[in-house]
Design a protein around this ligand. Structure first.
Ligand code: ADP
Length: 424
């Protein structure tokens, strides 16, 4: 198998967003959790997104992990590698966007790297090198107060220049609007002047398509899901990839019992649980008993096991904001959250041992704990249940299984039944 596109994402949720965007654009896409083992068996796919947690770690470590991911992707034939960053360019003067870009650029010997965090459908646009979040320049947006990466400068040419060893240029919107030929000419000019990377403006999806076409002719690019969309559309429009129907990819039924776990206490999830009560048995865990180690996970398993043969079940720790606040006051916020996440992971592990092959998890942290515990190396991304929440098929895991992992506020009121309907 030869990958048409390899991606290295600097955080997990960004990786999921990119994998979903590529799939929507017609690429068969696998998202891996960390750099995969050399012998990971992959289905036939066009793109792999390697999820790292390298956004806010020490720059040297981010470089070495990104390089390991790059080696793996190039080893699978990836001609182009996208280094996926946050669409708000989260970074500091120490990195990690500049140092990782410099290292990957040196590895592949590319003259000029195109860089853009633009993703118009989420309100991220770049004009004259300045990043806008909706109507506000980056430095006036809530990102100015980000706890780890406060962004005080909207001019990305300057921001990147402070982090990179190479000179940074700008390909402005007027050039992008004139089309791929004009962008290529500007890059050739930059190469002659020793400019090693260029911020490229994009305000509309059609700009991303132009960028994707030109970037795809090179070995490396840097950006958010927007440039991923541009690269994917270019691969499909130039016939390098035959657009796939995502339902065909994860559609082969896995069968087996189904279960839902909810650790999110968001309004949306509370409503979704209430609606699920009408169609499946629901067990409400006692969070105090989880934290005091009173065998609550075992009680949940004893409750679930005899019911699984009859149909899906839902096990929820979720409670209302008042109850959450009271629990946190009694036990401490972190201790409570961690204990409940681990209990959910225990329950998931035992359910899978009991034969569950279709698992729906509500809650971002809860999903992370469950996926870690099940030691799933990666996912093939399938049909969307709700915006941003696809059906996932485990890749390289001990058992063939389907999962849906949703952040608290995602999904409609009937999310659990919507998910199970698509997870056969
Ligand atoms: P979301 O995606 O809605 O933020 P997460 O799973 O990321 O959901 O976070 C929810 C957090 O709340 C987790 O740490 C989870 O363990 C914790 N939690 C779950 N149930 C309760 C509860 N009843 N009281 C307090 N905390 C809870």
């Amino acid at each position: 198998m030869t990958l048409a596109l390899g991606c290295i994402a600097d955080d997990y949720t960004g990786a999921s967003d990119l994998a979903n965007t590529l799939t929507r654009a017609g690429l068969r896409t696998v998202q891996t959790i960390g750099v995969p083992a050399d012998d990971l068996a992959l289905p036939e796919v066009d793109a792999v997104v390697v999820s790292l947690k390298s956004r806010s770690i020490e720059a040297g470590l981010a470089v070495s992990r990104s390089r390991a991911a790059e080696t793996w992707l190039r080893g699978r034939g990836a001609g182009h590698v996208l280094f996926k960053i946050c669409s708000t360019f989260d970074s500091t003067d120490a990195g990690n966007i500049g140092p990782v870009m410099d290292a990957l650029r040196a590895d592949c010997g590319q003259a000029v790297v195109l860089v853009t965090p633009a993703f118009p459908e989420t309100g991220r646009t770049v004009y004259q090198g300045n990043l806008f979040v909706g109507a506000a320049p980056l430095n006036e947006s809530p990102l100015k107060d980000h706890p780890l990466n406060p962004m005080h400068d909207s001019n990305l040419v300057r921001v990147l220049a402070r982090q990179s060893r190479t000179q940074i240029g700008l390909v402005d919107l007027a050039t992008v609007t004139r089309g791929a030929g004009a962008v290529r000419a500007r890059l050739a000019e930059f190469a002659g002047k020793g400019v090693g990377a260029a911020i490229i403006d994009a305000v509309f999806d059609r700009d991303l398509e132009t960028i994707g076409l030109v970037a795809g002719e090179h070995r490396l690019s840097v950006g958010a899901s927007g440039i991923g969309l541009g690269l994917a559309r270019a691969l499909v429009s130039t016939g390098k990839v035959r657009s796939a129907s995502r339902s065909a990819e994860t559609g082969a039924p896995v069968g087996g019992p189904a279960a839902c776990l909810a650790g999110s206490c968001s309004q949306a999830t509370l409503q979704q649980i209430a609606n699920a009560e009408r169609i499946m048995p629901v067990l409400h865990l006692d969070p105090d008993r989880i934290i005091t180690g009173a065998g609550e996970a075992q009680r949940a398993l004893d409750w679930a096991r005899p019911r699984l043969a009859e149909g899906p079940v839902l096990i929820a720790s979720s409670s209302t904001p008042d109850q959450v606040a009271a629990l946190q006051a009694r036990h401490g916020r972190d201790a409570a959250g961690h204990a409940i996440e681990q209990a959910m992971a225990d329950i998931a592990e035992s359910l899978v041992k009991s034969g569950v092959r279709r698992l729906v998890v509500a809650g971002g942290e809860t999903s992370g704990a469950v996926v870690d515990r099940l030691r799933i190396p990666g996912f093939l991304v399938g049909v969307e249940i709700a915006a941003g929440v696809p059906v996932l098929r485990a890749v390289g895991a001990e058992s063939d299984m389907l999962l849906a992992l949703k952040s608290g506020n995602f999904g409609g009121a009937e999310f659990f039944s919507d998910a199970l309907r698509l997870m056969r």
